[in-house]
Design a binder for this molecule. Structure first.
Ligand SMILES: Cc1ncc(C[n+]2csc(CCOP(=O)(O)OP(=O)(O)O)c2C)c(N)n1
Ligand SMILES: [Mg+2]
Length: 327
């Protein structure tokens, strides 16, 4: 199953996410960007492995922890950096910020601040594609806290009723805010809940990007060939706090240290030679990605801020006279 993995893209993308998020943490520490910031450190392998299994024209939805998903969907680092900085060149012209990165041209339907807001949107996109005869599918990324919102269950139930090609990607990173997963889940896993909907589901390691890919690819293939929804729960660990500034007092230091032994970047570097990348090739990729991240932020930081009146733009659709259409 790994024979067709886009290996070089996966390494580049993994490093893009890690180096980008390292920079976001630095900026947060110096209060250099407005608004809340949630980093994806520790779960990078999930976005990389799933996106490697998807096509560019497939749809995804994301959460407030969205930078990694956007980067892996090939949204430009520059436009994400500019959005985080609130500049007019950002993906939402600086009006969304870190929690609202979207880029429809890249299939990124949106980062959403509301827990479990993504699955129903992905379901709508998947349903539309199936009804129109296209083989595009949709994937929704959400955390282990999402099943506590009723809309998650409505989306799962309807996805199965309609056999919509939606891949439910649960990122079980051990915590929902300050509550450990084994405290807040009634079942052992999120996958366990899916039997209620007859949705095929499995729980898989989310730290090794090739393991993620090997689980996601067959599910994607089944859905693309006409199959219905599936859920994959990937087990990772939240290296950072819930948000930047959270002191992580509730995460035992030894637990963090243990999880970091299987840091997705560490595992990827260990497997590089086996995947056909020697030390020199790997170092070159890492150096290039460092430069990309530097360039993206350097450019974004110089860009203009929106004007106050821009806040009212694009709130309502402004149809030209005589062109209102009701679908
Ligand atoms: C509907 C709703 N309820 C509560 C919140 C507040 N809230 C923000 S993040 C979060 C925890 C979500 O945890 P999880 O789904 O595990 O995602 P993670 O942050 O671990 O990626 C909560 C409860 C919210 N944003 N939306
Ligand atoms: Mg979580």
């Amino acid at each position: 199953m790994l024979d067709d993995a886009p290996v070089e893209w996966m390494y580049r993308t993994l490093f893009r996410i890690r180096f980008f998020e390292d920079r976001v943490q630095e900026l947060a520490r110096t209060n250099a960007v407005p608004g809340y910031l949630h980093t994806y450190l520790g779960s990078e392998a999930i976005a990389v492995g799933v996106m490697a299994a998807l096509r560019q024209d497939d749809w995804i939805t994301s959460t407030y922890r969205s930078h990694g998903h956007a980067i892996a969907k090939n949204v430009s680092l520059y436009s994400i950096a500019a959005e985080i900085h609130g500049r007019t060149t950002g993906t939402c012209q600086g009006r969304g910020g870190s929690m609202h990165i979207s880029d429809f041209d890249k299939g990124m339907l949106g980062a959403l601040g509301i827990v479990a807001a993504g699955p129903p949107l992905a379901l709508g996109a998947a349903l539309q594609e199936r009804r129109s005869g296209s083989d595009r599918i949709a994937a929704s990324f959400f955390g282990d806290g999402a099943p506590h919102n009723g809309v998650f269950h409505e989306a799962a139930g309807l996805a199965k009723q309609w056999e919509a090609p939606v891949l439910l990607v649960c990122e079980n990173n051990g915590y929902a805010e300050a509550t450990a997963t084994d405290w807040h889940l009634n079942t052992d896993t999120v996958a366990d809940m899916m039997s209620a909907y007859a949705i095929p589901a499995e729980t898989v390691d989310g730290m090794d990007m090739f393991t993620v890919y090997a689980a996601a690819k067959p599910a994607v293939n089944r859905m693309r060939a006409g199959g219905g929804p599936e859920l994959i729960e990937f087990l990772s660990y939240r290296f950072s706090g819930q948000y930047e500034g959270d002191n992580q007092a509730y995460q035992p230091p030894e637990e963090i240290a243990e999880a970091k032994k299987r840091d997705p970047v560490l595992l990827a570097r260990e497997r590089a030679a086996q995947m056909g990348l020697n030390a020199e090739a790997l170092a070159k990729i890492e150096a290039e990605v460092h430069q990309e991240v530097d360039d993206a932020f350097a450019a974004a930081e110089k860009d203009p801020w929106p004007e106050p009146e821009d806040a009212l733009k694009d709130v309502y659709v402004d149809y030209p006279e005589g062109q209102i259409r009701y679908a």
